[in-house]
Design a protein around this ligand. Structure first.
Ligand code: C5P
Length: 222
């Protein structure tokens, strides 16, 4: 199969980007990069240092200083060398990440780091603005699902990870993040015009991966 070397997957919170992106990258032998981790890392730096979330220059400086690396095919994230996989999904981070991500200086500081990682090889990169801003020449996919389905998935994921939260808290956070991420001025969540759009309600990860492969890749000539 001949597949594009750079694949961008964007979509709202809990639309399946991370599970699908990771499975697709594994299948193709590509690097997997979850750009949400960069924004979550900058948010953790702000929370842990007590930086006010309206101090935009300070947030931009913190974002410029964060060091993000991935291990285990993207399943674990290292912040400044230490495993922060569980910390990334904690409620205080979920609550603060969208306002931090809306700061233009934060986005400017993280963009170069994301592009540098994509240089390291064929890559599947997932997020909100990967196809529209970070890697505009990538083959683009936009995943979506109904708010109910996305809340159900995130609720189950958190419970399985041993960090259960109420259904209503999960839904509230997804709704709030979607609104902030879609309405911000800089790089809002939006499907690029040339993105392949897939509604993932009722589809398993493997089925979505198959659809992406069928759409983006060509059979190798015999
Ligand atoms: O993908 P995830 O839900 O982990 O992303 C967390 C937050 O990071 C999003 O709600 C959004 O505010 C921000 N983000 C972004 N641009 C990206 C990826 C994530 O603004 N490319």
């Amino acid at each position: 199969m001949l597949c594009p070397p750079v694949i961008a997957i964007d979509g709202p919170a809990a639309s399946g980007k991370t599970s699908v992106g990771r499975a697709l990258a594994k299948r193709l032998g590509y690097l997997f990069v979850d750009t949400g981790v960069f924004y979550r890392a900058a948010t953790i730096a702000a929370l842990d240092s007590g930086t006010p979330l309206d101090d935009e220059p300070a947030l931009a400086r913190l974002a410029a200083a964060v060091s993000v690396a991935f291990a285990d095919g993207g399943a674990r994230a290292l912040l400044d060398g230490a495993d922060a996989t569980l910390r990334l999904r904690e409620p205080d981070v979920d609550a603060a990440v969208s306002p931090v991500s809306a700061v233009a200086g934060v986005r400017d500081a993280l963009l170069g780091k994301q592009r540098a990682l994509a240089e390291e090889g064929p890559v599947v990169m997932v997020g909100r603005d990967v196809g529209s801003v970070v890697l505009p020449r990538a083959a683009k996919v936009y995943l979506d699902a109904s708010p109910e389905e996305r809340a159900r998935r995130r609720f189950a994921e958190l419970a399985a990870a041993g960090a259960p939260r109420s259904r209503s808290a999960v839904r509230e956070n997804l709704d709030l993040r979607d609104a902030t991420d879609s309405q911000r001025e800089r790089a809002p969540l939006a499907a690029a015009p040339d993105a392949v759009r897939i509604a993932t309600d009722g589809l398993g990860v493997a089925e979505v991966v198959e659809r992406i492969l069928a759409t983006l890749c060509a059979e190798r000539p015999a």
